[in-house]
Design a binder for this molecule. Structure first.
Ligand SMILES: *Cc1c(COP(=O)(O)O)cnc(C)c1O
Length: 809
C-alpha cells in the first residue's frame, strides 16, 4: 500500500505535471525564462540568439520529458524510487582530479576562499579529458588506469561555445613596417567550460573557467581529394589532444612538446578572455571609441600559480606590442604591474627549463620577446655589477649548455611585481639560495604567503561531528573566521570537551574501519593508533623513513612479544608518477613489508601496515578525520609548505614532523611542545651538505638500522626475489639526496614518545585540543586576504550580497 503524499510532495507533483503539459502562453513564457536563467545561466542583457534558441528548445523538450520518462518506466514496469540516500548519491560523483597533489588542491581551496571573501576572482585551467590516473595495486605494484571522469557527463559544468577563442602555434615571424606579424600558424580553438564556485553563505557565486581544445572546422583541410578529407577529419584528434590528459608528475619537470602546448594553450585563451572582459566592462574606459590597456593593472591581477602559466608574461607583451601597438616600455610596465608569481618548490628537478629549440619551433614570436626581456634585464644587471660575468650567467633567462634553455622561474621573477614563497621558511630559503641574486637587486618584490586550507571542505564537510563539537563550545562563526578556534583554549581542561573530541575521533575511526573492510577487504583494529602518511610518493617526502620505522617496530615486537606495545595501524597512501622508478619501488616495498608484518602471528593486531590504494581528495576526506598521527617527515628544506599537514591538524591528529615547510609555523601556533618535532633543521642539512653525508656511518653505528636494511637487502620482505629492492638499498646507502639515515635515530626516539603518550588518552586529547585551537592561521581565507591586500591591492570583505530576485520576472 503506497504512503499518502505529503502536501509538499503533492505540490511538487502538481508543478511537474504543469511542466509536462504546458497549455497556455503564459506558462510557456515562464518556462522559457526559467531555462534562460537556470539552464543557460543568462539574463536578457547578455543572451545571444543562440541562447534564446536553446532556451526555447529546452522548453519544448520539457513538454516531452514527462511522457518520455513515463514511457520508459512503462517499458521496464518499474516505479520511481522516492527514498534517496544522499550519501549514496554523493559517492556517485567523480573526483575532478585535474591536479597532481598539493598545488592543484591549493588552487581549489583558494577558489573557495575568494568566493567566500567576495573577491571578483576567476580560476583558469585546462579541462583535461583524463585527470590524474586511477591507481590500482596489483601483486603489490602500482598499475595506472585512465581516469575517464567525464564518461557520464559533468552536471556542474556549462560549455560556453560563444566565448571560444583561437590559439596559435608554430608559424614564423615577419617584421614589417606596420609592425610584427606572427604568420602561417596552426590554430586550435579553446572552448571554455564554466563551473560555479559558491562562497560560504554569502550569495556569491564565482566562476572557474576550464579550457578544452577543439579543432577548427577547416583543420588540416587543404586537400580536396577524398583521402585528404578523411585524413583531415581524423587528424582533428591531433589538435584536440592538447587537453586530453594531465601530465602525472608532481614536483618533476618533463620537457615534452605537448606539455608546452598545454601551457601556452591555457595562457593564450585566458589572456584573450581577460582582455575581452576588460574592454567590454565599464571600467575599461569611459570613452567607448578606443579602449587601451594602460589601466589594466588597476583592474586586473594575474597570479601565476608556479611557473606553469609563465608564458602569460611574453603573451601579454605580444598582445600589447603587436596588437595594441604599445611601446616596449609601456607594455613592460603594464605586464609587470599585472603579474605576480608564486614559487612552490626549490627542488632542481621540478624547475621548468624549456629547450630553446622547442620554443623556436612552437612559439617563435614568444622566444623573440623573451630574448628582448633578457637583453634589457641583463643590461640592467651589468650596469649594477660591472664586470661580474658570472652573475650575468647565473641571472640570465637563457641557460647556456649543450642545449640552451629558458629558465621559467627567472622569467617569472623579472616579469612580476611580487614573488612569494608558500611558508615562511620556504620564502626565506628562496631569498637566501634559489633566487638570492634576484633578491639582492629587487628585495621589495619578495614576500611570503603561508598556504592554507578551506575549513568548509576540510572540517565542516569532511568531519561534521568535530565541527559540531567545536560549535557547541564557541559558536559557528569560526567557520568564516578560523582564528576564533583559539577560544577553545578556555576549554582545554574541560573533561566534557576532552570526552567529546575523543568520542568523535573514535566514531570516525570506526566509520573508516568499516569503509576499509567494505571497499578494500581489510580488517583493522579501530582501537589501535591510526598512524597515517598520505601524499604523493616522492623520495623527498621520505616514505622510506616511515618504512624503516615500521620494520624497526616489527623487529622489536618479534624480539619482546610480551611487552606492552602501543598497537598501531600504519597507513601509507599516494600515487607515484608512472615514470618514477624509485617511487614505484617504494610502493612495492610498503606492500611487501605489509605482507610479512600483517601475516605474522606473533605480531597479531599490534602492528598492521596498509597501503591505501588510489589516494585522492575523496579518500583524504575519509582518512584524515579518522587519523591519530600525521606523518610530515620530509628532509628539512625540501617541502615548500605542505597542506596535508594542516588538514590533519584541523581534524584532531597530532603531527610527527621535521622543521620543514608549514610545520614550523604549526609548531609556533600550537606550541612546539604540542607537536612531535624531530631531526635535522635546515642549517644542519646545509652543514651536512658541506661536510658530506655518509650513510654508511649510520648503517654501521646503529644496530636496528643495520638490521632493517639487511632484511630489505637480503630478501626478508621479498622471499621470491631476494634482490627486488636492490635499487632502494643502493640509493639509501650510497646516493641518498634526502639523507634518510641521518634522521633515523631521532625519528625512532620521537616515535617512542608518540607511543608513550598514546597510552594516556586524556593527555593525548588535550594535546589535540591545543592543536585544533592553533589552526586559525591555516585557513586559506587568511592566505587569500593577504594575497588580496599585499599583492593584488584589493580589500576582501565578509559581507553578503543580497539573495537574487525571483528569476522568473
Ligand atoms: C592535501 C592533498 C595533497 C597534498 O598533501 P601534502 O601532504 O601537502 O603533500 C595531495 N593530495 C591530496 C589528494 C590532497 O588532498
Amino acid at each position: 500500500m503506497p504512503k499518502p503524499l505529503t502536501d509538499q510532495e503533492k505540490r511538487k507533483q502538481i508543478s511537474v505535471r504543469g511542466l509536462a503539459g504546458v497549455e497556455n502562453v503564459s506558462d510557456l513564457k515562464t518556462n522559457f525564462n526559467r531555462h534562460l536563467h537556470f539552464t543557460l545561466v543568462k539574463d536578457r542583457n547578455v543572451a545571444t540568439k543562440r541562447d534564446y534558441y536553446f532556451a526555447l528548445a529546452n522548453t519544448v523538450r520539457d513538454h516531452l520529458v514527462g511522457r518520455w520518462i513515463r514511457t520508459q518506466q512503462h517499458y521496464y514496469e518499474k516505479d520511481p524510487k522516492l527514498g534517496l540516500d544522499m550519501e549514496e548519491l554523493q559517492d556517485i560523483e567523480e573526483d575532478a582530479g585535474l591536479g597532481n597533489g598539493g598545488l592543484g588542491r591549493l588552487a581549489a581551496c583558494f577558489l573557495d576562499s575568494m568566493a567566500s571573501l567576495g573577491l571578483a576572482a576567476y580560476g583558469y585551467g585546462i579541462r583535461y579529458e583524463f585527470g590524474i590516473f586511477n591507481q590500482k595495486i596489483v601483486n603489490g605494484w602500482q598499475v595506472e588506469e585512465a581516469d575517464d571522469w567525464l564518461r557520464y557527463g559533468n552536471p556542474w559544468e556549462k560549455a560556453r561555445p560563444e566565448y571560444m577563442r583561437p590559439v596559435h602555434f608554430y608559424g614564423r615571424v615577419e617584421h614589417t613596417p606596420e609592425g610584427v606579424k606572427w604568420v602561417d600558424t596552426q590554430v586550435v580553438l579553446a572552448l571554455p567550460y564554466d563551473t560555479p564556485v559558491p562562497g560560504y553563505r554569502n550569495n556569491v557565486v564565482n566562476t572557474m573557467r576550464l579550457w578544452s581544445a577543439k579543432a577548427p572546422c577547416d583543420f588540416n583541410l587543404k586537400d580536396f581529394n577524398v583521402g585528404g578529407y578523411i585524413q583531415a577529419v581524423l587528424d582533428r584528434n591531433l589538435a584536440e589532444n592538447i587537453s586530453r590528459v594531465l601530465y602525472p608528475n608532481d614536483n618533476f619537470f618533463e620537457g615534452k612538446e605537448l606539455r608546452l602546448k598545454q601551457e601556452y594553450f591555457v595562457v593564450a585563451a585566458t589572456l584573450q578572455d581577460i582582455v575581452r572582459r576588460f574592454k567590454s566592462s565599464k571600467f575599461g574606459s569611459t570613452e567607448v571609441v578606443r579602449v587601451d590597456l594602460s589601466t589594466l593593472p588597476d583592474k586586473v591581477a594575474i597570479q601565476l600559480n608556479d611557473t606553469h602559466p609563465a608564458l602569460a608574461i611574453p603573451e601579454l607583451m605580444r598582445i600589447l606590442l603587436d596588437t595594441e601597438h604599445q611601446t616596449w616600455e609601456k607594455a613592460w610596465d603594464i605586464v609587470t604591474r599585472t603579474c605576480a608569481y608564486t614559487n612552490h618548490t626549490v627542488l632542481p628537478e621540478a624547475l621548468e627549463r624549456w629547450p630553446i629549440d622547442l620554443f623556436q619551433n612552437l612559439l617563435p614570436r614568444h622566444l623573440e620577446i623573451i630574448f628582448e626581456i633578457n637583453r634589457r634585464h641583463l643590461e640592467r644587471i651589468a650596469n649594477l655589477y660591472p664586470g661580474d660575468h658570472d652573475r650575468l650567467r647565473r641571472m640570465s633567462l637563457v641557460e647556456e649548455g649543450d642545449q640552451k634553455k629558458i629558465n621559467m622561474a627567472h622569467l617569472c621573477i623579472v616579469g612580476s611585481h611580487a614573488v612569494n614563497g608558500v611558508a615562511r621558511i620556504h620564502s626565506d630559503i628562496i631569498k637566501a639560495t634559489l633566487f638570492k641574486d634576484f633578491y639582492e637587486v629587487d628585495p621589495h618584490k619578495f614576500q611570503n604567503k603561508t598556504n592554507g586550507i578551506t575549513p568548509r571542505r576540510w572540517l565542516v564537510m569532511c568531519n561534521p561531528g568535530l565541527a559540531e563539537v567545536i560549535a557547541e563550545r564557541i559558536g559557528e562563526d569560526y567557520i568564516r573566521d578560523l582564528g576564533q578556534l583559539k577560544n577553545l583554549l578556555e576549554f582545554v581542561d574541560d573533561d566534557s570537551l576532552i570526552r567529546d573530541i575523543a568520542k568523535v575521533k573514535q566514531e570516525n575511526k570506526l566509520k573508516f574501519s568499516a569503509y576499509l573492510e567494505e571497499h578494500y577487504k581489510v580488517k583493522i583494529n579501530p582501537n589501535s593508533m591510526f598512524d597515517v602518511q598520505v601524499k604523493r610518493i616522492h623520495e623527498y617526502k621520505r616514505q622510506l623513513l616511515n618504512c624503516l620505522h615500521i620494520i624497526t617496530l616489527y623487529n622489536r615486537i618479534k624480539k619482546e612479544p610480551n611487552k606492552n606495545w602501543t598497537p598501531r595501524t600504519i597507513m601509507i597512501g599516494g600515487k607515484a608518477a608512472p615514470g618514477y622508478h624509485t617511487a614505484k619501488l617504494i610502493i612495492r616495498l610498503i606492500t611487501a613489508v605489509g605482507d610479512i608484518v600483517n601475516h605474522d602471528e606473533v605480531v597479531g593486531d599490534r602492528l598492521k601496515v596498509i597501503f591505501l590504494e588510489n589516494y585522492k581528495v575523496t579518500l583524504a576526506e575519509k582518512i584524515i578525520p579518522a587519523s591519530d598521527l600525521s606523518e610530515q617527515i620530509s628532509t628539512a628544506g625540501t617541502e615548500a609548505s605542505g597542506t596535508g599537514n594542516m588538514k590533519f591538524m584541523l581534524n584532531g591528529a597530532l603531527t610527527i614532523g621535521t622543521m620543514d615547510g608549514a610545520n614550523v609555523e604549526m609548531a609556533e601556533e600550537a606550541g612546539e611542545e604540542n607537536l612531535f618535532i624531530f631531526g635535522m633543521r635546515v642549517d644542519d642539512v646545509d652543514a651536512m651538505d658541506k661536510s658530506g653525508y655518509d650513510a654508511m656511518e649510520y648503517y654501521n653505528r646503529i644496530p636496528e638500522l643495520k638490521l632493517a636494511m639487511d632484511q630489505i637487502a637480503g630478501g626478508y620482505f621479498s622471499p621470491d626475489q631476494h634482490d627486488l629492492f636492490k635499487d632502494i638499498v643502493n640509493m639509501l646507502l650510497h646516493h641518498d639526496r634526502f639523507k634518510v639515515f641521518a634522521d633515523y635515530e631521532a625519528y625512532i626516539k620521537c616515535q617512542d614518545k608518540v607511543s608513550a603518550l598514546y597510552k594516556n588518552p586524556k593527555e593525548w586529547t588535550k594535546m589535540v585540543i591545543h592543536n585544533i585551537a592553533g589552526c586559525g592561521k591555516f585557513s586559506s581565507d587568511r592566505t587569500i586576504s593577504q594575497y588580496a591586500r599585499e599583492i593584488w591591492g584589493m580589500e576582501p570583505s565578509l559581507e553578503r550580497i543580497p539573495a537574487p530576485d525571483d528569476p522568473r520576472q
